[in-house]
Write a protein that binds this ligand. Sequence first.
Ligand SMILES: NC(=O)c1ccc[n+]([C@@H]2O[C@H](COP(=O)([O-])OP(=O)(O)OC[C@H]3O[C@@H](n4cnc5c(N)ncnc54)[C@H](OP(=O)(O)O)[C@@H]3O)[C@@H](O)[C@H]2O)c1
Length: 304
Amino acid sequence: MRNSIYSKPINPVAVVTGANKGIGLEVVRQLALHGVTVVLTARDQGRGTRAVDSLKLPNVLFHQLDVRDPGGPPALADFLTARFGSLDILVNNAGHGGVTTDVEGLKALNIDPRQWLSGGAADLVRGVIKQDYEGAVACIDINYFGCKRVTEALLPLLQLSSWGATIVNVSSLRSELRRIPGERIRKELGEMEGLSEERIEEVLRRFLEDMKRGDLDGGGWCLMLPAYSISKAALNAYTRVLAARHPAMRINCVHPGYVDTDINWHTGILTVSEGARGPVALAMLPAGGPSGCYYDQTTLASFF
Ligand SMILES: NC(=O)c1ccc[n+]([C@@H]2O[C@H](COP(=O)([O-])OP(=O)(O)OC[C@H]3O[C@@H](n4cnc5c(N)ncnc54)[C@H](OP(=O)(O)O)[C@@H]3O)[C@@H](O)[C@H]2O)c1
């Protein structure tokens, strides 16, 4: 994939969501250094413009976008239409954990990164990471529906790309289906035959019902970061649906690695520069490159 970064003939235009900090900001920086014109988007005008200023790169501009706001993606599409007439790269990076955390308590537990990543710390963190219903709704609305809102609004512009459009959905290793105890859920999200937004959203509705009833265990859901996990599993399934529907594009999802950012209260072990590498490589995939795939950083990985 690395060679492909240098093999594109013209200057493409990219949008990165949730890019005022963390991995998103670094994705913007790396794409801009590869000659891409990047629209850095953020839900907060002040945080977004400060992020653009911090980069000091002439080919980065700002547009406000809250992925929860139904009016946001169409307004961004209007701006892109007027300014560029088309779009080449969309990186759906905006993400939310959906939990409330006693950060000092979490740090005091001094959890081994391997135990954290395996999901084996679910019992350990129960007292310090709390998942409530409102947090679960917000998490799913940002991580799954937010990505869908932005993608649907920008697809007509991506279809006009003469560069060859790519979409990168920033997922998580929490999305991997083997981590979900319920076999029915694994099948619903894992089997390509009949996979659709309707089926994905039915799974999400059931999750929220079980969450409201306080029966995540009985429903077969992941107990480590439950809403975040199912939101990212849904995002991966959506990536596969989209890729099958748009064979001329490269549409993939990626776990960026366990990166030191706000979303994990800075427990991550990779730098943002390392975390941005996978999303950037997938954003720069040439025509004919893989689509409908899931990557662990820059390595092809299994959805299951
Ligand atoms: N760090 C890791 O180890 C890791 C691992 C796996 C996956 N990921 C994924 O990587 C992506 C980037 O996360 P990160 O680690 O860089 O965390 P981060 O530093 O917390 O960044 C998250 C970004 O998403 C934005 N965001 C949240 N809600 C939004 C909304 N409604 N509309 C627009 N933007 C919104 C945040 O904006 P505000 O500043 O305004 O809140 C922030 O810019 C996420 O999708 C995350 O799930 C991260």
